[in-house]
Design a protein around this ligand. Structure first.
Ligand SMILES: [Cu+2]
Length: 268
């Protein structure tokens, strides 16, 4: 019994010593003598609860690209970036076919030369990469893909679809897939993030929502009006007219409080 108790106390002492060393970072001789755990002043943990910044970085390329170049309709960036064109590798971005010059601001209608001709109907990706400050594109390296909401900012587009590859697609669903544009959106009290987006007329978009609260995603001119109630959801639609519109939450007071965004639908 005594032995066990001694063992127990001994164990406690060892633990206390280990703790003291861990907290003091050394100099244990002095502390070993008076065996008291010095109370380290509680580090004030300041938790900054920041809303996720309103990221509106985007890249947009129309379908039907052909030849040995790609025209990027619109690029929105928050820092010096490149638009990099990747070919498809089993459903995800693969080899690099070309890249833009270093972009330092938002831009429209940028032409990117490719290493080869675009095949009819093939899937390509335009991806944003952030420059690390030296103005030279390095990837793999320091010029990492730009992420928004944990996902890489990219646009999937297709080559002009009048050739073999497009005809080879098994059914209409496959063709739809190649044309699909995905946007990740955070909605809550009382914001949409991003609060602006660009789409192309006739090109389907899928918006993945990460939601808090009860809201709607509404675009009057395009006949879109969807309730957002859960933590996540998806809204799919194909803009059938070009122009400048707004998306908003139709619950009274929410748009006024900030649940509103600008939408531009470009002609194809
Ligand atoms: Cu709302």
């Amino acid at each position: 019994m005594n032995n066990k108790f001694g063992l127990f106390v001994g164990g406690l002492i060892v633990i206390v010593i280990v703790l003291i060393i861990a907290f003091s970072g050394g100099d244990m001789n002095e502390q070993e003598d008076n065996m008291q755990v010095q109370s380290t002043p509680a580090q004030q943990q300041i938790t900054v609860s920041e809303e996720e910044p309103l990221m509106s970085e985007s890249v947009l390329v129309s379908d039907g690209q052909s030849g040995d170049k790609v025209v990027v309709r619109s690029v929105e960036i928050a820092g010096p970036s490149y638009v990099v064109i990747h070919e498809d590798d089993g459903g995800k971005p693969g080899k690099v076919l070309g890249k833009s010059t270093l972009l330092s601001a938002n831009a429209n209608n940028i032409t990117i030369m490719l290493d080869r001709e675009i095949k009819a109907g093939e899937t390509l990706y335009a991806m944003l990469h952030r420059d690390d400050g030296d103005g030279v594109y390095e990837f793999p390296g320091d010029d990492a893909p730009v992420k928004s909401g944990g996902k890489v900012v990219l646009d999937k587009f297709s080559g002009k679809g009048d050739g073999m590859a497009a005809d080879d697609m098994k059914d209409d669903k496959d063709k739809e897939m190649a044309r699909e544009r995905t946007i990740n959106m955070v909605s809550g009290n009382f914001f949409f993030s991003p609060n602006n987006m660009k789409l192309v007329k006739g090109e389907k978009v899928k918006i993945n929502f990460q939601n808090t609260g009860i809201h709607t995603f509404t675009i009057d001119e395009l006949g879109v009006n969807v309730r957002l109630t859960g933590r996540s959801g998806q809204v799919e639609f194909t803009p059938n007219k070009a122009g400048k519109f707004r998306y908003y939450c139709a619950i009274p007071g929410h748009a006024e409080a900030g649940m509103i965004g600008g939408l531009e639908v470009l002609e194809q």
